[in-house]
Write a protein of this length. Structure first.
Length: 112
């Protein structure tokens, strides 16, 4: 369930970015939404209203998905207290290595 919502959230975010970039800003923006590049498909005002409404709808869906994902994962990876977790397992002690036998001292050879 979480994976489906996360993928949907990604697509909504990408669409929201695209719609925001298509909008005409005060400085002209990309200018794609104007009637010049659209072949008089829609008037400038109609395009602005459509993009503004699309932005509002996508932003609402984005926020709803963000809240849903937050609620689904609320406390999934968090411990409430250190006393709630079991103590860490200790590794078994390795057996002591047998002591190496002591070598007898080398015989001394008299030198003349």
């Amino acid at each position: 369930m979480t994976t489906v919502l996360l993928v949907l959230h990604f697509f909504v975010a990408a669409a929201l970015i695209g719609v925001v970039l298509l909008q005409r800003s005060e400085g002209g923006g990309l200018g794609i939404g104007s009637s010049q590049g659209m072949g008089n498909f829609m008037s400038g005002r109609g395009t602005a209203n459509l993009l503004t409404r699309a932005t509002a709808v996508l932003a609402t869906i984005f926020m709803a998905l963000a809240l849903a994902l937050g609620l689904l994962n609320q406390g999934a990876g968090r411990q409430r207290s250190i006393f709630d977790s079991p103590p860490p397992a200790q590794a078994p002690a390795a057996p002591a290595a047998p002591a190496a036998p002591a070598l007898p001292p080398a015989p001394s050879v008299p030198t003349n």
